[in-house]
Structures are given as C-alpha cells and as structure tokens.
Design a protein around this ligand. Structure first.
Ligand code: ADP
Ligand code: MG
Length: 416
C-alpha cells in the first residue's frame, strides 16, 4: 500500500534497495536454478532544468531518482572465451522469456528489443578495449517505463557496473565512470538504435545523493550541486502523464537540425557560444532557407535562455535559495511550450493544475511530446497537488497519470 493512500492518485513508490535486490535474486534463482554473484542497481533520473541543451553544447541539471533497476548477475565464462554466451531475462518483459546469444553476435543490427540495452553495454565495453566474458542476468525494476525518467539508462548503467566488477575492469572511480557512461550511450545509440544525448547515463552513473548533477555537454564535465529539498520543507512531485505522442522522433531531429543550421549560420560551433546579452543581435542575423526565420529564431531563443536559466538555478542552489527556483521552472516550461514547441496538452494541464494547487514552480521535463512533468511543492501539499492534477486529467479526458516523489538519490552501485 502506498504511503499516499489518501489520494485518488496512483503512486509509484521506490523500492527499498534490499527489496529490489531480493526480487532480482529470487527471479534469478527461479530462472537459472543458481545463485547470482551479486545484485547491481542504477537509478532513473529526472532533469530539474536544461532541456534540449545537450546537443547545443549546453548545461542540464538532473538528479537521480530513488527508483532503481536491479540486475542480479553471474559471470559464466572467463574473459574473451570463444564460447561466451549472454543470457538475459526481465520481470518487466515476461513475454520475452529468456533471451540468449553468443557474445560474439552482440553488436549493432543484431539485437532486437529490450536486450539491446543490456547486452549492448557488453559490446560497447569490448569495443572500448575491455575483456568481457559470458554472463547471466535477471532484471527487475521500479523505474516507470517510457515515462521520460530514463528506465533505459537505469538498465544500461546497472549492467555496466555489474560488468565492471565481475570482469575487473577497474572503472568504478569517476574517471572510469565516464568511460562506462560512454559505453552505455553507445549501447543505446548504436545497438538499441535510440538517440540519446548522454544526460541520462551521466546522471545514473555520476550523480551523488543529496546533489543535483550540473553536466556540461561541451566537455562532459560535472559538478555536484547540493540539492536538499527536505531541509527546505519542499518536495519534488513528478507526474508521469502516460502520454506518448506520435512524431516525437521526427520532431526531435527537426529541432536538432534547426539548431545546428542556426549555429553554422551564426559562425559558432554550438549555440552555447551565444551569450544572453548578444541574443537579440544573433536573432537579427538569422535567416533560414528551410523554415520560417521566425521559427528558427524561437528555437535559438529557447536554447540560449534555457542555458542561462540553468546557470541561475545553480546560482540559487549555491546560495541556499532552493525556495526561489520556481519562477525559473515556470519560465523553462513557457519557453519549451511556446518557443521550442515540444510540450503536449497533458504536460500543459499537469503544469497548470500543479501551479493552481500551490506549486512554487512546474515544468515539463525530458524531451517532450509526452513523458513527465515536475512540480516543486511544500511537503505538506504533495497529496493536494497530486489530487488536483489527477482531477484536471480526468476533467480533460486524459488517461490517469501516475505520481512519484523524487529526491536526489544515489548513483549506480552494487546493492547486494
Ligand atoms: P525511458 O528511458 O524514458 O523509460 P525509453 O524508451 O528510452 O524510455 O526506454 C524504455 C525501453 O528500455 C523499454 O522499452 C525497454 O526496451 C528498455 N527497458 C527499460 N527498463 C527495462 C527493464 N526493467 N527490463 C527490460 N527492458 C527495459
Ligand atoms: Mg530512455
């Protein structure tokens, strides 16, 4: 039963790590009639601010969720054995049963469906020069699927830390974790064939509990920014809208192309180089052959102002003023909705209802066209805000949303 039983809203509670480890271990025993070597886990993430900035050399600010993906794992063959086999099962993919493949056959174009995210990491690490052998793994997770909370990276990163330890790769420290991030990104881009900018994997592997991760996509450098909502009497409510709109892939590509074309036109490597104070001047210099100039101007304005909002958000956190970040969240949402045009009716309704019910700030999070929204709320108002959002969804005829409470949790690690 949920600790928020009073609300008609549906809550997705995080599992205690011991429970997650037990579930994955029990499923491993059933599947393989054997003990795993251990259980490794990795969190989903939610981005506080900084959307569609990663491919523009910009900044983002995710935190890790307490919701994690657990992988019970056993090494089965010595490194680089010719007969190495990978066997995988997931509690979230019961119909898929047990997936099995020769390790040598795991590569781009050869793995379909969910195993690409898991086995793909082994391929990418081998490509990076690491000696990997065969393994068995069983997955169980409380990270919502396809909600923009990065269940895909949680899966990749849990497998990555399991492979690191089981095969003695020595990548557990932060410099090594940056290599694991790169391998997980390659698995998702090249084996699973899904575009991803790298925020998800960096957060899942490199963030710290009690901190947001300021990630600079120019050089992948990170800074851990203290983020303690509880001390301020606040909470971060996440609304999984359950909405998934068509065209998301094409729209993502179109936004990216427009930004890259604008940067070329302005003679900069990325839009990061456009300072907010020279934005008007830059906008005046934009012309576009492929779409109305006015549209491209709005895309550029979003990126430049959003990067500036991340910097101001971080400055407020550094100054101990987490209560004051709400307006930046609101401005980010308006920019994504009006200038970047990646919101969706469900996201707008969630944000508006949360604010009307007293949220200090609210915005869509993630790439858009569906997924999740976040609202900064007083701890005592969590239920009331969630109820208000659930009611607004019912009134609008949308699918019932699901709710999570986020706190800055710990990165990928061995759990048992
Ligand atoms: P998100 O990362 O926002 O949750 P994605 O579409 O990027 O959404 O990733 C979801 C996909 O990742 C699923 O369709 C599945 O292929 C894979 N995946 C994530 N978690 C699991 C899991 N626990 N078991 C099996 N596959 C998973
Ligand atoms: Mg994903």
């Amino acid at each position: 039963m949920s600790r928020h039983a009073a609300t008609p809203a549906t809550w997705v509670d995080a599992w205690e790590p011991a429970i997650g480890a037990e579930r994955a271990t029990a499923a491993f025993r059933t599947r393989f009639d054997a003990e795993p070597d251990g259980v490794w886990s990795a969190p989903g993430r939610v981005n506080l601010i900084g959307e569609h900035t990663d491919y523009n050399g910009g900044l983002c600010l995710p935190i890790d969720l307490p919701h994690r993906t657990y992988v019970a794992f056993r090494r089965t063959t010595a490194v680089a054995a010719d007969d190495a086999v990978v066997r995988l099962a997931s509690a979230q993919e019961p119909d898929a049963g047990l997936w099995s493949s020769a390790l040598a056959d795991v590569r781009p174009g050869r793995v379909q469906g969910w195993p690409a995210y898991a086995a793909g990491v082994a391929w990418a690490l081998a490509e990076d020069g690491h000696a990997i052998g065969g393994f068995d793994a069983v997955v169980d997770s409380c990270v919502p699927y396809g909600a923009g909370l990065s269940s895909s990276a949680a899966l990749e990163c849990a497998v990555a830390v399991a492979l690191d330890e089981a095969f003695g790769l020595g990548l557990a420290a932060d410099a090594g974790r940056a290599r694991l991030v790169a391998a997980c990104i390659r698995a998702e881009n090249e084996v699973a064939g899904a575009p991803t900018g790298g925020m998800d994997q960096s957060s899942s592997l490199r963030a710290q509990a009690g901190h947001a991760l300021l990630l600079d996509s120019l050089d992948q450098s990170v800074r851990h920014v203290p983020f303690d909502l509880a001390a301020a009497g606040l909470a971060l409510l996440v609304v999984d809208t359950k909405a998934e709109h068509q065209l998301a892939d094409g729209q993502y590509a179109a936004r990216r192309t427009a930004c890259e074309a604008a940067a070329r036109h302005l003679g900069v490597a990325t839009l990061r180089e456009i300072a907010p104070k020279s934005l008007d001047d830059a906008l005046a210099r934009i012309t576009d052959d492929d779409q109305p100039t006015e549209v491209t101007q709005r895309r550029v304005r979003h990126v430049v102002t959003e990067i500036a909002r991340v910097e101001r958000f971080v400055a407020l956190l550094d100054a101990g003023r987490v209560r004051d970040v709400g307006p930046l969240m609101d401005a980010s949402h308006a920019s994504l909705r009006d200038d970047y045009e990646v919101s969706a009716p469900e996201l707008d309704v969630a944000v508006d209802a949360a604010r009307s019910a007293g949220a200090l700030g609210a915005r869509m999070t993630g790439g858009g066209f569906g997924g999740s929204a976040i609202a900064l709320v007083e701890v005592g108002a969590i239920d009331a805000v969630a109820e208000a959002v659930a009611r607004a969804f019912a009134d609008a005829g949308f699918h019932p949303p699901a709710f999570l409470v986020a706190e800055a949790a710990a990165a990928a690690a061995r759990t048992a």
